[in-house]
Design a protein around this ligand. Structure first.
Ligand code: PLP
Length: 346
């Protein structure tokens, strides 16, 4: 089924002529109410010269650990560092297999490969889009290491629900030994200045990023609730429309909608139509990791993970951020319903 140019044209003129601009993400609107606090915090860091690691990072680590309900948080340079250092600290290395999904950002596989271990991909669940536990069980071997819940890794990339003003990440854990090892690894393997007990790397968090994150963290819950409200509005608007599959929230989970991804056929045409209507969209992600050129040597071929590969063709992320208004959401939903409805008739 193809959406023709003329169909697109009639759909494009079918919403009563009102055209709105709806960005995919609006960080400027998100930061505007806190701008004076950010200015003050940056000045404080400049005055104390605590730029790399130091008291602002330590304060944020305590706040973030408390927020996550874990004993410790270790601030690092970005989410990729968090994954890599955690694997290193757990002793993952050559000959080990780490089970993960291909329906994710490449950093997941990079962190494993950079430890000299092998990523073993498994397919995702059709509903949750996260790892299918039955597939996980099938892939366990004597070389699979680790268990569930030793540590959690976070990215504070600017567009995330809790985003820095540049790069930042963190590991949370309840394991004191693991915490200490990651603290040493993130700082060139030194527990004491210029005494290096391990070969590490420079993965420290910046003082300015920590100070910014400390200001934003108390607003995270409210921002997540606003995202959930907009997601509910989308869900209700799409209810009963054939051809639009909305995100699923498992009973055991609370979705915080970093992205609001629907599934539609002819995704690229639908995306083009929405862009013509002034709506920014994203695709997370167009090529699964096992089919990326960088991972060719792992030996996976097309068809290995059917659910993941279907999702990569059908996923479409709609505008989602706490400041998205009810009117904007309504406009996006009506444009999506319109174009997908037209497609169903073709
Ligand atoms: C699932 C996942 N893992 C890891 C990362 C990497 O985080 P960072 O960009 O902070 O290194 C990202 C970033 O988008 C991600 O989405």
């Amino acid at each position: 089924m193809t959406i023709s140019a003329s169909t697109l044209f009639s759909a494009a003129t079918g919403t009563g002529g009102t055209q709105m601009k709806v960005p995919f993400l609006d960080l400027k609107a998100h930061h505007a109410p806190l701008i004076d606090e950010f200015d003050g915090a940056i000045r404080e860091v400049i005055e104390s010269s605590a730029f790399a690691g130091g008291p602002f990072v330590e304060r944020f680590e305590q706040e973030f650990a408390a927020y996550c309900g874990s004993k410790y948080a270790i601030g690092v340079g970005n989410g990729t560092d968090a994954l890599w250092l955690t694997l290193l600290a757990l002793g993952i290395g050559e000959g080990d297999e780490v089970i993960t999904v291909s329906n994710t950002f490449i950093a997941t596989a990079e962190a494993i490969i950079c430890c000299k271990a092998r990523p073993v991909f498994v397919d995702v669940d059709e509903n949750t889009f996260t790892m299918n536990p039955a597939e996980l069980k099938k892939s366990l071997t004597a070389r699979t290491t680790g268990t569930l819940g030793d540590a959690g890794c976070f990215s504070f990339y600017p567009g995330k629900n809790l985003g820095a003003f540049g790069e930042a990440g963190a590991v949370v854990t309840n394991d004191a030994e693991l915490r200490e090892k990651i603290q040493v690894l993130r700082d060139h393997g030194q527990a004491q200045k210029y005494y290096h007990t391990l070969v590490g790397w420079n993965c420290r968090m910046d003082g300015i990023q920590a100070a910014i994150l400390s200001i934003k963290l108390p607003h995270l819950e409210e921002a997540n609730l606003l995202r959930r409200e907009r997601a509910l509005q989308y869900n209700q608007a799409f209810e009963g429309i054939e051809g639009i599959a909305t995100p699923f929230e498992a009973d055991c989970a609370r979705h915080v909608y970093h992205v609001y991804a629907i599934r539609v056929q002819e995704r690229d045409e639908v995306r083009r139509f929405l862009e013509q209507k002034g709506i920014g969209c994203g695709v997370h992600y167009p090529i699964p990791i096992h089919l990326q050129e960088a991972c060719r040597s792992l030996g996976y071929t097309e068809g290995a993970f059917p659910v993941t590969e279907n999702l990569a063709e059908e996923f479409l992320s709609l505008p989602m951020f706490p400041e998205l208004t009810e009117q904007q959401t309504e406009y996006v939903a009506s444009c999506v319903s319109e174009v997908v409805g037209v497609e169903a008739l073709v």
